[in-house]
Design a binder for this molecule. Structure first.
Ligand code: FAD
Length: 446
């Protein structure tokens, strides 16, 4: 029989069982502080305690509970309520003995190894993990700002009041109204997410507002899961695929193009889809290809690392945080690690799954480093599930390793739900997505 710690070590393939007890002894006095109690931060804190319960681990998080971004588009189509997105820190505190401090980190002294906070606390650390997520660059578009997003043209890509406002606007949209979703440029949080959001609303409108229009305007010409997603749109919403996609896909699956127009359309970058300006008063969005009069606009602006990452001196000119790939330690500050959406992780997408798997690698690396051993060779994985409709699930699943100093995807083309998947497999995909939401939250926070 394995103990829980031995089992974890075996399961992750990172540590010999015999090494575990001395490891715990070697790092007993270390204090690991985690900035941000989201997916990356919570997972790192929990797995540090699982690897060595005698470590002192503190999370500093600005909100008293986490509002999960993943699954937040399901508030818009009334599948869940806002409160269903709230995740408590109680289990991290009571089951693992993690200290959770509700405060906003505002500064760092990397020599004294202390953090300062808005609440005037000074918190000392031996090792610091920073997982602050993203900030939205509202000002990237003329006429757009955080104030406009709060009151008239919400984003909601960081869930909260804007999600609730967008839900209210969409559910109250006049019959036959137009909903425009402005997709972001790369790199951004949750690559299939904007398209899943548009899908779920198209499905919802089909029942509640059958003459509505959904227009995705996009600076890009493609997106991850695009072929499986658009096949779903074609089957569910009579969406006609662009001819280049039909050509690419028809060797694998028969595509039926429809007569008439679909409720859903996608304006790609090459067709003038890039957003230029938001006119919140007139509810108009100007894109390269012209101006669209809308009833509801959802802008997902460009993004960069959460503001505190720059404040702490962890970002480069890309707006994200450069890290040593092997252990996600910052290349800019010693004893600091950056994970999740804020980090530069090459081929890994900015997803919750990535943040979670990065957190486990970092927790292991810190435990090894404190014991005076090198961090083991990491292996990461990511699966993003997405819905084209409530019962139409799809996914992308990848494995990553360091290749020539960068994180590279090592699996081949077989990363998506096959285009010729059966209806039962597609329905099962939707069940997997819902099951993942539950088990994933539990892995990070419980
Ligand atoms: C609509 C949508 C759908 C998604 N669907 C999926 C999906 O299906 N699968 C998937 O894998 N991913 C999905 N994601 C992406 C996923 O939610 C993020 O990639 C993930 O949350 C990133 O984790 P993180 O730890 O980097 O940041 P977050 O989870 O955002 O956590 C950051 C935390 O840091 C805190 N913080 C920030 N600044 C400070 C400060 N100064 N002091 C203290 N605390 C601070 C914040 O309050 C927050 O709690 C989705 C995202 C969206 C928006």
């Amino acid at each position: 029989m394995f103990s829980r710690r031995e089992w974890l070590s075996q399961a992750l393939g990172l540590l010999s069982v015999a090494a575990a007890p001395s490891l715990a002894f070697a790092q007993d006095n270390a204090h690991i502080v985690v900035v941000g109690g989201g997916v990356g931060g919570a997972t790192a804190a929990k797995y540090l305690k699982l690897f060595n319960p005698s470590l002192k681990v503190t999370i500093v998080e600005k909100n008293p509970f986490y509002i999960r971004p993943y699954g937040s588009s399901e508030v818009l189509n009334q599948h869940v309520k806002m409160e269903d997105l709230y995740v408590s820190y109680d289990a991290l505190k009571s089951k693992y003995g993690i200290h959770v401090v509700t405060d906003t980190v505002t500064g760092i002294d990397p020599v004294a190894r202390t953090l300062s906070t808005a609440g005037k606390q000074r918190i000392s650390y031996d090792k610091l993990i920073v997982s602050p997520g993203i900030q939205l660059m509202y000002e990237a578009y003329a006429g757009y700002s955080e104030a406009v997003a709060r009151t008239a043209v919400p984003s909601g890509w960081i869930p909260g009041e804007q999600t609730a406002l967008l839900a209210k606007q969409l559910q109250g949209m006049r019959q036959g109204g137009t909903f425009v979703l402005a997709a972001p440029p790369n790199p951004y949080r949750c690559p299939p997410g904007p398209y899943e959001r548009a899908s779920l609303m198209t499905e919802w409108f089909t029942k509640h507002n059958p003459t509505a229009k959904v227009i995705i305007v996009d600076p890009k010409d493609s997106f991850v899961t695009d072929e499986t997603m658009m096949l779903g749109w074609n089957r569910l919403y009579k969406f006609n695929l662009p001819e280049d996609y039909v050509k690419k896909m028809s060797s694998e699956v028969e595509i039926k193009q429809h007569s008439g127009t679909s409720m859903l359309s996608w304006v790609r970058g090459k067709d003038g889809g890039r957003t230029i300006k938001i006119d919140a008063k007139q509810m108009r969005i100007e894109i390269e290809g012209g101006t669209i009069q809308a009833d509801v606009i959802n802008v997902i602006p460009p993004m960069k690392a959460g503001a505190v990452a720059a404040t702490l001196g962890l970002t480069d000119s890309s707006g994200f945080c450069p890290v040593n790939r092997r252990d996600f330690s910052s290349t800019l500050l010693p004893n600091v690690y950056v994970i999740g959406d804020a980090s530069i992780a090459d081929a890994m997408p900015k997803s919750g799954f990535s943040a979670n798997t990065q957190a486990k690698v970092v927790a292991r690396a810190i435990v090894e480093t404190l014991a005076g051993r090198p961090a083991p060779e990491p292996l990461w994985e990511n699966t993003c599930y997405a819905l084209a409709g409530k019962d139409y699930g799809l996914f992308v699943a990848d494995v990553f390793k360091i290749v020539d100093g960068k994180i590279a995807r090592i699996n081949g083309k077989a990363r998506y739900l096959p285009l010729n998947a059966t209806p039962a497999q597609i329905k099962l995909g939707a069940r997997y997505q819902q099951a993942w939401l539950r088990t994933f939250t539990s892995d990070c926070f419980a």
